[in-house]
Design a protein around this ligand. Structure first.
Ligand code: HEM
Length: 370
């Protein structure tokens, strides 16, 4: 049985390779005061510690509603489950007196030029990223949390995601394929190197954030619809030029292997990899910008059809970084106007701050903040 640790300096669900199933739920916090809020974080801690490590839920007899939904059987297997808890800027408003402890880059996500943000799919006080090997485990955990927090959390929006079982089982060796048919996540910081994780992904004292935030990470969530009917009628050559990579192998155009690194200085006019190719805009590899500073951990989503009868599917873009400005915002600003925009429409998401980990039994989420 695969199990991710619950206790630690940072939360699970960030650096470990993404398992096959995910669910994002964003909540409004309806707690009345700081004490209730503290109670909420204690409950979340207790439930997450149990669900991620597994065990047998206690029975309450048949005169009471069962404590557990029963949808994964009588014994809860960890199944690689992680619950990653993150806070939105709105939690730091006047309600709980936390304004002066807000992480410095945490604001409500702003609109980028190609966005069509829908209010009902954006922002939230608190977001939980559930990931596990199977959708049942994810749904089980989500229902457990909702059952235990009726007076403190109210669901605002939710999206389920998936990547291929086969790819997930390689635990990071193979790259997930997105619903446009391209490998997505090839060039990412090395999450196994603690130095890289500290420099790029996790907040350290160097980031000059409030003290409690050390071990946390900014999470940029973007729910992005794909116009797949249109994409499926686009010539392969054009598709590949849009990303700058071959579809099948994932190799940069003109190269052989997925992890080959292009030398853009030998292609200054973009004859091989167009200057406006997604990967070249995202990371031009020029001296002042030789490294993008974010960890992409995206999932696919697929949810029925739109009112106009088009397939409703796309990407749950998730990116973790120690510095939201140097990471997501800088890269998204570079991508504004890219040719890929003809095929995508970001409609929701938000900026969140994934809490530092719960260090040891008895501690609880956001302890340093409260
Ligand atoms: C690279 C797809 C949105 C940042 C890539 C690659 C693909 C891809 C296929 C090349 C393979 C790889 O390195 O993973 C998509 C799709 C998107 C999307 C389909 C949404 C519709 C974004 C957004 C950002 C972003 C919103 C950040 C703001 C990057 C970065 C790279 C990359 C940093 C690596 C570039 C490199 O170092 O060569 N993306 N992406 N992408 N993308 Fe995206």
């Amino acid at each position: 049985q695969m199990k991710q640790p619950f206790y630690g300096a940072y939360q699970s669900g960030i650096l470990n390779p993404p398992p096959a199933a995910a669910c994002l739920v964003s909540f409004d916090v309806i707690a009345y005061n700081k004490d209730d809020l503290k109670g909420l974080f204690k409950t979340l801690t207790e439930r997450a510690a149990f669900l991620t490590q597994g065990g047998k839920p206690p029975s309450t007899g048949d005169k009471f509603p069962p404590l557990d939904s029963g949808i994964v059987g009588t014994y809860i297997n960890p199944d690689n489950l992680t619950l990653t808890v993150a806070l939105g800027a709105s939690l730091f408003d006047e309600r709980f007196g936390l304004a002066d402890k807000k992480p410095k880059h945490l604001v409500n996500m702003t609109r980028f030029p190609n966005d069509a943000l829908q209010a009902e799919s954006c922002h939230g006080d608190l977001l939980i990223q559930f990931c596990a090997n199977s959708p049942e485990t994810v749904i089980h955990a989500m229902r457990d949390i909702i059952k235990h927090t009726p007076a403190t959390l109210s669901v605002r929006w939710r999206r389920d995601g998936f990547i291929s079982n086969h790819v997930a089982a390689t635990a990071g060796k193979e790259t997930p394929i997105n619903l446009l048919g391209f490998k997505d996540g090839t060039v990412n910081p090395n999450t196994k190197d603690p130095k890289v994780a500290d420099e790029v992904i996790l907040v350290t004292p160097e980031n000059q954030e409030p003290k409690w935030a050390t071990g946390g990470s900014y999470l940029a969530v973007r729910t992005i619809r794909f116009f797949v009917e249109q994409w499926d009628r686009t010539p392969l050559q054009e598709q590949e030029a849009i990303f700058g990579r071959e579809r099948g192998t994932g190799a940069p155009l003109g190269m052989k292997h997925e992890h080959d690194i292009p030398d853009y200085s030998k292609d200054p006019k973009g004859k091989i990899i167009p200057l406006d190719a997604h990967m070249r805009l995202a990371n031009p590899r020029t001296p002042g910008f030789n490294q993008h500073q974010l960890l992409r951990r995206a999932y696919n989503y697929s949810d029925g059809v739109t009112n106009a009868g088009q397939l409703e599917m796309g990407l749950l873009f998730l990116a973790y970084q120690a510095d939201l400005k140097a990471g997501f915002i800088t890269v998204q600003e570079r991508l504004n106007g890219e040719p890929l925009e003809e095929y995508i429409k970001p409609f929701g998401g938000g900026y969140f701050f994934a809490l530092p980990g719960v260090k040891k039994p008895g501690d609880y989420f956001a302890q340093g903040l409260l």
